[in-house]
Design a protein around this ligand. Structure first.
Ligand code: PHE
Length: 339
């Protein structure tokens, strides 16, 4: 083994280290040159065969080459590791401009949509919005509306009682009383919100929504009531629809009338929505009973009025042809998407 051969080994090793494509290949070269049976280690073993005077110089040379190669290896390893990290980062980088799958956009619930539509129609007639508490004193839900304790009229609405003197309001009519107590006539108000009745089937929910209208002025008659409601029905369901008033009973109105509109689905010809009658009931109405004015200390007959209360789900069902009222609180997106 000559010094030239040693230098050759060194050159080859350096070339190999710098040509390695990845750390695994580099490690292979390390084993090949610096490992236990690698070229450089083997050359050490050959030292024994050299003449005595050449040994120190040769040994020194082998050691220097070993140190140099180890340093070269470490440098090559570090630069390969860096390249590998760079490549990994490049392949994993976030592309912030990459568009994701489209998100579904939420929209107005049909009940809110219908409520807002009703408001905007009534606003054009000069009505303004009022709200009231969902838990009402028995007095506001019943007594002030001329439904005394133990009166059979209380059976008209299956009531959820909160305690002896409070109920979950069974209708929006208590809003009439709050308004009469707190405001001075003339009044045109529209109230809305959830109401509660112990009732549940294909056309009844225990928690549904009502819209309440009240007009108090001098000289208010049934024809004002009929004109207002007929206008409202045409605006809401579409032109050409007829309105029908059937004599009825509510303790807080006298006279009272149930309001029907001609079925918007079959235009009055008869279909399953209107049970072949051509008419659909939308709510109650009437002239405000003087006893209600007396409870609220409003002077009668100087001030007179009419009121009406419609079911919002009922109106949405008719307008959109929904087959089951229970779809509204189900929050099933397949249902909600259709509006
Ligand atoms: N409050 C009545 C109900 O819920 C409806 C109604 C309101 C009737 C106003 C007449 C006047 O059944």
């Amino acid at each position: 083994m000559s010094q030239t051969q040693l230098t050759q080994i060194k050159e080859n090793a350096l070339k190999a280290f710098s040509s390695a494509q990845n750390s695994q290949e580099l490690y292979g070269f390390k084993v090949q040159y610096l490992g236990k049976s690698g070229s450089l280690t083997e050359s050490m073993k050959l030292m024994a065969t050299l003449p005595k005077e050449e040994k120190p110089l040769f040994g020194k040379m082998v050691n220097e080459i070993k140190t140099e190669l180890e340093a070269a290896y470490e440098q090559a390893e570090a630069s390969l590791k860096n390249k590998e990290i760079d490549a990994k980062m490049l392949s994993e980088k976030l592309d912030l401009s990459f568009s994701t799958a489209a998100k579904e956009q939420g929209k107005e619930h049909p009940i809110h949509k219908v409520t807002n539509e009703i408001f905007s129609i009534m606003a054009r007639l000069g009505y303004s919005l009022r709200t009231g508490p969902l838990i009402e004193k028995d007095y506001y839900n019943f007594e002030a509306l001329n439904i005394p304790p133990n009166h059979p009229a209380r059976d008209m609405q299956d009531t959820f009682f909160v305690d002896e003197s409070h109920v979950l309001r069974t209708h929006t009519s208590p809003i009439q009383i709050h308004s009469l107590e707190n405001e001075k006539p003339p009044l045109r108000i529209i109230g809305t919100g959830p109401v509660f009745r112990c009732d549940s089937d294909i056309s009844h929910l225990p928690n549904f929504h009502q819209i309440e209208g009240m007009c108090v002025d001098e000289k208010v008659s049934m024809s004002d009531l009929k004109g207002t409601i007929s206008f409202f029905v045409r605006e809401f369901f579409g032109p050409g629809l007829k309105t029908r008033f059937r004599p009825s009973f509510f303790p807080f109105t006298e006279p009272s009338a149930e309001v029907d509109c001609s079925c918007p689905i079959c235009k009055g010809k008869g279909c399953s929505m209107c049970k072949q009658t051509g008419w659909i009931e939308i709510g109650g109405s009437g002239l405000i009973n003087p006893k209600v004015f007396a409870h609220a200390n409003v002077e009668y007959p100087k001030w007179q009025g009419f009121a009406f209360g419609f079911g919002v789900e009922r109106m949405a069902i008719i307008k959109y042809g929904v087959d089951d009222i229970r779809h509204f609180p189900s929050n099933d997106v397949r249902f909600l998407k259709q509006f």
